[in-house]
Design a protein around this ligand. Structure first.
Ligand SMILES: Nc1ncnc2c1ncn2[C@@H]1O[C@H](COP(=O)(O)OP(=O)(O)OP(=O)(O)O)[C@@H](O)[C@H]1O
Length: 327
């Protein structure tokens, strides 16, 4: 649904050039929720703003729904932009308009007639669960309610793609959960493709099917979330499962075992004891609920060196588990 090819964007300020996005290739499939994760300054916002060409890339192409946006005239680009909704961290609502008035705004710009507009506004507010606050002004709404208005407004043009710029960063944890649930629900019900940027692992964990980790304008890793977690050495995996420093235990091998996609995670410690007579000691562990099933990582200590444990470690790998010798 979204394809970025060799995207590059640099800013020149006061004689200095900052390459915000540095040759990025990225594909987001239709109906997917894709999260772009990274620290402040990694280039996430620039990348997102290039998708609807709010920011024009210096190099590369942006294809959305099969149309290369970088090749369009301004007039045609405006039309295509209506099919790409966007929500913002600070909501960006018009304070002089009610919730209904804010949602009506893009419909007015599109030239939708009064009666159809009213019906569509009611439908959109219902979709985000805000029918009873239609006549409230932004100042009378909570943060979560404001973001619901933002989402309803973004969906006015019946977009196939929704871009989310840190949509939950200004919200408390409980409200964040309800907004993430709403986004996931809209993704499923409308088949909406969502590209979101965030610096919170929690967001990726809860609703993303796939994710990209950015650093200094470049992609460090990208793929389906369970596949990334199962990749040895994955930085996303390190972030997700925080097992702490690896303890020094002379005479043992410390191993991190990652289980994704259901799998046989629960029984492998017993399996080692049964098959190899290895007494694995559990040092730390965590299980995370992902958008699509569970994933977990267990840190175990096996008596003896890594070489001495070669057979049981191979056994675990052959069982589909990711095995990394930590020490
Ligand atoms: N309009 C601009 N003019 C000059 N430099 C910019 C501009 N926008 C972004 N940058 C620079 O580009 C780099 C990437 O910024 P960007 O905002 O895309 O990162 P980010 O990952 O979204 O960070 P944050 O989470 O802080 O928004 C930074 O070094 C930033 O200072």
């Amino acid at each position: 649904m979204i394809q970025l090819h060799r995207l590059r964007k640099a800013y020149r300020t006061r004689g200095r050039t900052v390459v915000a996005v540095d040759g990025v290739d990225l594909a987001v499939r239709e109906g997917e929720v894709h999260g772009v994760l990274g620290r402040s300054g990694a280039g996430k916002s620039t990348l997102l703003r290039c998708v609807n060409l709010l920011e024009r890339p210096d190099e590369g192409t942006v294809t959305v729904g099969g149309v290369d946006l970088t090749s369009l005239s301004e007039r045609r680009l405006r039309r295509h932009r209506q099919r790409i909704g966007m929500i913002h961290q600070h909501f960006a609502l018009l304070s002089s308009r009610t919730a209904a008035g804010n949602v009506a705004f893009p419909l007015e710009v599109m030239g939708v007639g009064r009666r159809e507009r009213a019906a569509r506004v009611a439908e959109l507010l219902d979709l985000v669960g805000l029918t009873d606050r239609a006549h409230a002004y932004p100042a009378q709404l909570s943060g979560g309610q404001k973001q619901r208005v933002g989402i309803a407004r973004a969906l006015a043009g019946r977009p196939k793609v929704l871009l989310s710029d840190e949509a939950t960063s200004a919200l408390d944890p409980e409200t964040t959960t309800s907004i993430l649930e709403l986004l996931r629900d809209l993704n499923r019900r409308l088949g909406l493709t969502i590209l979101l940027i965030t610096h919170e692992m929690e967001v990726v964990k809860r609703i993303c099917d796939s994710a990209t980790l950015m650093r200094e304008g470049r992609i460090i890793e990208s793929g389906r979330v369970p596949d990334l977690l199962a990749r040895p050495g994955s930085a996303l995996g390190q972030e997700m499962f925080r097992l702490g420093p690896v303890p020094v235990l002379p005479g043992t091998t410390v191993v991190d075992v990652t289980v994704t996609g259901g799998g046989t995670g629960e029984s492998f410690v017993a399996d080692l004891a049964r098959t190899y007579d290895v007494d694995a000691r559990i040092l730390a562990g965590t299980i995370e609920n992902l958008a699509d099933g569970q994933a977990g990582r267990l840190r175990i200590a096996l008596p003896g060196s890594a070489e001495a444990n070669e057979a049981p470690l191979r056994h675990l790998r052959e069982a589909g588990l990711t095995v990394e010798v930590a020490r």
